[in-house]
Design a protein around this ligand. Structure first.
Ligand SMILES: Nc1ncnc2c1ncn2[C@@H]1O[C@H](COP(=O)(O)OP(=O)(O)O)[C@@H](O)[C@H]1O
Ligand SMILES: [Mg+2]
Length: 252
């Protein structure tokens, strides 16, 4: 069977900045893949390219589930089965928790009906640990709960591929463990393929089967989490550069 997602020769310039550089990779059905990279490595830009928020430079190929995604609008790509969460949560203010999830489902699929949608939204909220908070206005949710809501909303569209952008950002240790368990659960229960951006190595080790490491827009390594933490280019990107910075600081 062919890969669920196949990306070839992806490039993106912002003026003189080459933010995504000759990126090629595949994601197989059922995988949990981690995208690792320091701040500014091009991780969010990669998601923006995959989801049609921005267009790549000419010469790229993005094929998802047999469909060529190039030139498709974000809602078309969502309709083909790619859902994403954002690095900064973007709940619909002025709506309840339940309404937020229902709207997430309506956004991309026209084949679902009111009552079904609401039942699924309720089931998803229970699954992510927000059961009982359906009627609460989103504004009053804690940061951790907003992250859970984002995932419920993304799942409401019944995606084949879920793209998570730094889902652990701003969360404490306990919340990170809970959210990891949730990601593992939806992966197992729904056979969902997941790509997860993070810049903390530790979270990757437990959760993902394979890591794609980016630095300055380029893929510098791909492999198992165990291989990635030992990879010279990854060590250089994370530790070498920091060590140099620290030395420079001490010398100053
Ligand atoms: N819309 C944009 N216009 C100009 N520069 C951008 C834009 N989006 C991202 N960048 C730049 O591209 C680089 C990669 O950004 P980003 O993909 O957000 O990195 P990451 O998510 O890995 O931290 C950064 O230098 C960032 O400032
Ligand atoms: Mg980012």
């Amino acid at each position: 069977m062919t890969a669920l997602l196949e990306v070839r020769n992806l490039n993106k310039h912002f003026g003189g900045l080459h933010a995504v550089k000759n990126v090629s990779f595949t994601v197989e059905r059922g995988e949990i893949v981690g995208v690792l990279g320091p701040n500014g490595a091009g991780k969010t830009t990669l998601y923006n390219l995959l989801t049609g928020f921005i267009a790549p430079d000419p010469g790229a190929s993005i094929v998802f589930d047999g469909h060529n995604l190039l030139g498709l609008a974000p809602h078309r790509i969502a309709g083909l089965g790619i859902s994403r969460t954002f690095q900064l949560c973007r709940p619909f203010i002025g709506m309840s928790v339940l309404e937020n999830v229902v709207v997430g489902a309506l956004g991309s699929r026209r084949d679902q009906h009111g009552a079904d949608l609401e039942a699924r939204a309720q089931a998803l909220l229970a699954q992510v640990g927000l059961g009982g908070k359906e009627g609460v206005p989103v504004e009053v949710l804690s940061y951790g709960d907003q992250r859970r809501l984002e995932i419920a909303r993304a799942l409401a569209a019944r995606p084949k591929l879920l793209l998570l952008d730094e889902p652990f950002a701003g969360l404490g240790g306990g919340e990170i463990a809970d959210l990891s368990a949730l990601i593992r659960k939806v992966h197992a229960d729904e056979g969902l393929t997941v790509v997860l951006i993070e810049h903390k190595l530790r979270e990757f080790m437990r959760l993902v089967g394979r890591v794609i490491a980016l630095d300055f827009g380029e893929v510098i390594a791909q492999g198992s989490p165990e291989d990635i933490v030992r990879h010279p280019a990854v060590i250089e990107a994370y530790i070498g550069r920091d060590a140099t910075g620290t030395e420079a600081l001490h010398a100053a």
